[in-house]
Structures are given as structure tokens and as C-alpha cells.
Design a protein around this ligand. Structure first.
Ligand code: AMP
Ligand code: GLY
Length: 423
């Protein structure tokens, strides 16, 4: 079959790598893709938000399955457009992708269906938000309702900071219309875990757990980023935590969406915080996490096409989802200065060392093919993933492999997976 993947990051490279392993697949296209994806797929120069062009391409190339990796096109309704044109597509429709697209929606859903999450209020009026803050406890969390590249969350230590935050989100529109509505939320403490799952509208099958490192600097300092590295599984995601989440979070979320007439098919990413009072939902995403996908997918034993088709066909209950009994760590190699300001266009050397390896992966995020070779083309450049028998081995392997590649202004965190030592 012919598969089209929509997106251009490390997540889409990880998806493409899994798709390439399926013996059902003859040809992979990726729109727009990147230099690494171009080694296993044909990249087509169509942006992820160019819906008409994507539909035309899928029709004219007779694509059998389209996989939408990114949040913006999902929330914008690309799946609806493709399905309405008769193209089989993996991912939630617009009325279900709102689970990620609106934090106010997701908070209201959790409240209505008693799914554990932080206490909160939604505001569409800045004055009312300011008045609420006068009586609030600190720290407190402000969240822009809509998509904001993972940057729409502010943790405010005091009233002054919080008022400044309301101003920048709601009045100055730092995140554009994403800030028309604001969620003000109780601050929670605990360990964070990401659990990604396949959903077919009724049945949910969770994947192995993972943990991201969102801050730019070692010791969780600096600005929030898209994610600087991950490990999987999380040693803090115990059997007891899993049992609790299955009962009170996972299936209840899928059932809640169905009850609301918003049947969810695709990936639900549960961002969880393991608080003293039990696991609570920090956020939902309607897609694979990036870089979570880069440690979870290489450990999946199933044929990804079979699992995705089961989600589309509503037969996920028949799938026995299995993961390798090992561990994986991903260290992101970024351009120095990310996430604020950084230079691009530096030649990347050493990529060939990953060829023919099956426990080491070099997932491309911001890269581009030029006449001089493959060059850096973004903030997050590469995700270096390695497997190992356990987390410590995987971490040692991943850090060793970060030395295989060189480019000017290469930057990485040196403490990805440090939490493993505390487990
Ligand atoms: P989100 O985009 O909702 O995952 O938020 C980004 C990050 O902000 C999370 O990964 C947490 O580290 C932090 N965060 C979000 N909500 C809360 C909360 N209620 N309490 C504490 N930290 C939070
Ligand atoms: N790594 C977090 C995300 O993909 O949202």
C-alpha cells in the first residue's frame, strides 16, 4: 500500500521509520518531511496546513492511508477533509481533536466526567481573571486555551507575575487567538509521565510510558521547549499507577468523548502528574508526543499499520499491543540559542554512522538537504535515540551516540534521564 505522512519533525521521522518496517507498505510519502525522512520516504513540498493540496495529492497518488502527525492540521480539521474526499486517514476528526485544541474544553470535560485533574476556572474576560487572582493561592498556573507551540503555559509565583501573564495572554495576545480564553489552574507538584495510547472510538490500548524534559537547560532550568529528550519506560509509572489510570482516566476519557458525540479515533497522549493525591491529568494531546514518539515507537513490536487500521475500523479490541522488554533514551541535539534565537544552515557530519544500526536511531527534526550535504534547519535538529537492556544502559548508549554527529552550535542537555537514578 501507499502511505502519506503529514508533518516534518522527529515524530514524523519516528512514525515513518515504523511504517517502513511494515511489510504491507510499498511506498511512503511525507508532506513536507525533512532530510532524514527523505532517506526512507519521498518528500513532497506541501505544507501541513495546505489542506486542498494534500487532498489533491492523496487522490491523484491513490494513497491508501494518510497519517496526520501534527497538532495544527488535526485541530484545523485535515482528517475531516481527507475522509470526506474518500481517503482513509489515521487521526481524530476536528470535533475530537478539540481535546487538544481547547484546554477550556478539556478541563470542562474532565470536570463533567469526574476525571482527576487540577482545580480550575475558565475566563474569557481579562478583568474577571484579574479579580479571581486577587483571592487565589500561589503559585498558580495560567494556560492559553488554544495551541501555542507548547509555550502557552505560565507558572506564576505571585499576584504580580500572574497579572502580567493575564495581560500578555489575553490583552497583548502573545499567543494570538489561542489566548482569547484563559484557564487558571491550581499548581500541582509531582513527577510527570506521558502515556500515549491508540484509540478506536471505543477501545483504548496504552503504549509504554515515557518522560519528557521540557526545559531548555540542565537541571530543568531555562525556557520551555518542545522537548529536549525523553526516556521510556518511566520507572515511576508503577503497576498501581497504571491500574488507577485505567480505571479513572483512560477509558473514562474515551467514553466521555463518545458520550459528547465526539468519537475519538487516533492517538490520545495523556500528560499526567503523579501527585500525592494520586495521578491527575495535566493535559491531553491528540497526537504522538515529540520526542516521546522517538522512544516509544522504536520499542513497539506490532506492525504500526495494523494497529492504525484497527483504530480506523473500530477493531482495536482484537489487537495485542506489545512492547519490547527493554528501555530507550532520546537526547535532542538542538541549535544553541533554541528556543529563542539560533542560526541555521550548518553542515551535519557523521550521520552515516547510524546506517544499518538497529538499536541506535538518528531522527531528524530541523534538517535540510543541500548541495553541501545535510544542514541544520531548525531549533531542534536531531533526536538521538538508543535502546538498552535497561534505562541506564540506554542512557549511556544514547549519550555515546550524540558524539557520532557534529555540527556548529550543537547544543544538548546533559541530564536527560537523571531521574532514573532516583527511582
Ligand atoms: P502542558 O502544556 O499543559 O503540558 O503544560 C506544560 C508544562 O507546564 C507541564 O509539562 C508541566 O510541567 C507544567 N504544568 C502544567 N499544568 C500544571 C499544573 N497545574 N501544575 C504544575 N505544573 C503544571
Ligand atoms: N513533548 C511534548 C509534546 O509533544 O507535546
Amino acid at each position: 500500500m501507499k502511505v502519506l505522512i503529514v508533518g516534518s519533525g522527529g515524530r514524523e521521522h519516528a512514525i515513518a521509520t515504523s511504517v517502513a518496517k511494515s511489510n504491507k507498505v510499498d511506498k511512503i510519502y511525507c508532506a513536507p518531511g525533512n532530510a532524514g525522512i527523505g532517506m526512507i520516504a519521498e518528500c513532497v513540498p506541501i505544507g501541513a496546513m495546505e489542506f486542498d493540496k494534500l487532498v489533491d495529492f492523496a487522490k491523484s497518488e491513490q494513497i491508501d492511508l494518510t497519517i496526520v502527525g501534527m497538532d495544527d492540521p488535526l485541530v484545523g480539521g485535515l482528517v475531516d477533509e481527507l475522509e470526506n474526499a474518500g481517503i482513509r486517514t489515521f487521526g481524530p476528526r476536528k470535533n475530537a481533536a478539540i481535546l487538544e485544541g481547547s484546554k477550556a474544553f478539556s478541563k470542562d470535560l474532565m470536570k463533567k466526567y469526574n476525571i482527576p485533574t487540577a482545580a480550575y476556572e475558565n475566563f474569557d474576560d481579562a478583568d474577571k481573571a484579574m479579580a479571581y487572582l486577587e483571592k487565589a493561592d500561589f503559585p498558580i498556573v495560567l494556560k492559553a486555551d488554544g495551541l501555542a507551540l507548547g509555550k502557552g503555559v505560565l507558572i506564576c509565583q505571585n499576584l504580580e507575575e500572574a497579572k502580567e501573564g493575564v495581560k500578555s495572554i489575553m490583552l497583548d495576545k502573545q499567543f494570538g487567538s489561542a489566548g482569547n480564553t484563559l484557564v487558571i489552574e491550581e499548581f500541582m507538584t509531582g513527577r510527570e509521565v506521558s502515556v500515549l495510547s491508540y484509540v478506536d472510538g471505543k477501545t483504548i490500548k496504552t503504549m509504554t510510558s515515557a518522560q519528557d524534559h521540557k526545559r531548555a537547560g540542565d537541571g530543568d532550568t531555562g525556557l520551555n521547549t518542545g522537548g529536549m529528550g525523553t526516556f521510556s519506560p518511566s520507572p515511576f509509572y508503577t503497576k498501581e499507577v497504571d491500574e488507577f489510570c485505567r480505571k479513572y482516566i483512560y477509558q473514562p476519557t474515551v467514553d466521555a468523548m463518545a458520550s459528547e458525540g465526539r468519537e475519538f479515533k487516533g492517538i490520545i497522549f495523556f500528560g499526567l502528574m503523579l501527585t500525592e493525591k494520586g495521578p491527575k491529568v495535566l493535559e491531553y494531546n491528540a497526537r504522538f508526543g515529540d520526542p516521546e514518539a522517538q522512544v516509544v515507537l522504536p520499542r513497539m513490536k506490532n506492525d504500526i499499520i495494523e494497529v492504525m487500521e484497527a483504530c480506523i475500523d473500530g477493531t482495536l479490541d482484537k489487537v495485542d499491543l506489545q512492547f519490547e522488554d527493554n528501555a530507550a533514551v532520546c537526547v535532542v541535539l538542538a541549535s544553541d540559542g533554541y528556543p529563542v534565537k539560533y542560526e541555521k544552515g550548518f553542515v551535519i557530519k557523521g550521520l552515516e554512522k547510524f546506517e544499518g544500526q538497529d538499536s541506535y536511531f538518528c531522527f531528524h527534526a530541523g534538517t535540510k538537504k543541500t548541495d553541501e550535504g545535510i544542514v541544520t534547519n531548525g531549533g531542534r535538529v536531531l533526536g538521538i535515540t538508543a535502546k538498552g537492556a535497561d534505562l541506564k544502559q540506554a542512557r549511556a548508549n544514547a549519550y555515546a551516540a550524540t558524539e557520532w554527529v557534529e555540527f556548529d552550535n550543537k547544543y544538548m542537555r546533559h541530564d536527560i534521564g537523571k531521574a532514573i537514578d532516583e527511582a
